[in-house]
Design a protein around this ligand. Structure first.
Ligand code: BMA
Length: 368
């Protein structure tokens, strides 16, 4: 082979190696990773419907815990949620269960099960207060974020905490060893001041630096190909500027979300959803981001037609990829946000499930 030919072959090989993922014949992105495919599928989701999610769905529900295959949502409609979220709170302490007494081994297994169903997993982290030793809601000290940033006295300790999170994420693998991608949603609801990373507890620069430090750690310790980041405010932002005031950057974030709960005032809830969704919708359109209602619900669901009468019409007006309701606590009567058999909104949830606009686990495979 002549040198010029050799050079052409090398050049062609280099082009193939460096080119972005290509469409395969079956529409799959040839050479893409599960994380790439997940992002693409979440971007495309709103053209098919809205993925329904439930926190801690398969680990406990009303009157049960840790029963193989069980889910309150499935007990009502026959299908698993398309999205299940779990919380890593207290993983930083090195124990074997999280703040809601769910063993991390159980969470890991349920993440693998959800991946095998083609569904999405989101992880939040109600990290304890690294300075006071209190919980995530301990807002007694407003120097906590500063103290864990590079140069701060608790920086080395907090790097250890990030290490625990990173180890857990890296342990999420199928039996064949495929790394499972997850949405990671740390430092949420920071536009309020009820967590130690909240609005009045740190400056915008400190908050952004906390995000950068978190992502840098995971990125440089082997979790980069498994993590998609979600930025998730409360309902406080009223416009693009306030939503983005503490935004860590488009290079880091793929999912734009917010948490909003209905309390007694239905109209207030509907107005909050509409305000937040229209703000996020405009940012997402300009920057190709995925829109999520990362936490919502009506505690105790006293409204028997809440699913089709309030939630669905409110979210269907915007290209929302997923909406997730919070947990069905087995240890706190009335602290539930998903349906269960016999609950007053269970029949309405079945209608919500049947609506072509909602997507559940059997409707999707986010990794193909
Ligand atoms: C809150 C409540 C708490 C729980 C925490 C983390 O909204 O549900 O009971 O400990 O989330 O899951």
């Amino acid at each position: 082979m002549r040198n010029t030919n050799l050079l052409s072959v090398l050049f062609l090989l280099a082009c193939v190696a460096c080119s972005p993922a290509r469409k395969g014949q079956d529409g799959d992105l040839a050479g893409s990773t599960p994380k790439d495919r997940l992002i693409e599928n979440l971007r495309a989701a709103p053209s098919k419907g809205i993925l329904f999610g439930h926190h801690d769905d398969t680990v406990y529900g009303i009157g049960w815990e840790f029963e193989e295959g069980r889910s309150d949502v499935r007990d009502v409609c026959g299908d698993y949620p398309a999205v299940i979220s779990f919380d890593l709170g207290e993983i930083e302490l090195g124990g074997d269960q999280n703040l809601d007494k769910v063993p991390f081994g159980k969470i890991r297994q349920e993440i693998i099960n959800q991946y095998n169903r083609g569904g999405l997993v989101s992880l939040s982290w109600h990290a304890r207060n690294p300075k006071t030793g209190g919980d995530a809601w301990d807002v007694s000290d407003s120097t906590v974020v500063r103290s864990i940033l590079p140069g701060g006295e608790l920086h080395p300790k907090f790097q250890g905490w990030l290490g625990k999170v990173c180890d857990f994420i890296r342990s999420l693998r199928t039996t064949e060893g495929t790394p499972i991608p997850v949405v990671f949603r740390p430092w949420h609801e920071h536009t309020g001041s009820w967590f130690w990373w909240g609005q009045d507890l740190c400056s915008a620069e400190e908050y952004k630096a906390l995000w950068r430090m978190t992502a840098d750690y995971l990125g440089t310790h082997g979790a980069a190909d498994q993590v998609i980041y979600a930025y998730s405010t409360g309902t406080e932002p009223r416009d693009q500027a306030s939503y983005l005031e503490r935004y860590p950057g488009h290079d880091l974030i793929d999912v734009l979300g917010f948490d909003a709960y209905q309390r007694d005032d239905r109209d207030l809830y509907l107005r909050s959803l509409e305000t937040c969704l229209s703000v996020i919708d405009s940012i997402a359109k300009e920057n190709k981001k995925i829109i999520a209602i990362s936490e919502t619900g009506y505690e105790g669901i006293p409204d028997s037609s809440w699913w089709t009468g309030t939630l669905l019409p409110a979210i269907a007006r915007h290209p929302v990829a997923y909406v997730l309701v919070w947990r069905n606590a087995r240890e706190r009567v009335e602290h539930f946000f998903g349906p269960y058999p016999g609950q007053v909104s269970a029949n309405d949830f079945k209608v919500f499930y049947q609506d072509p606009k909602t997507l559940f686990a059997s409707d999707i495979n986010l990794y193909k």
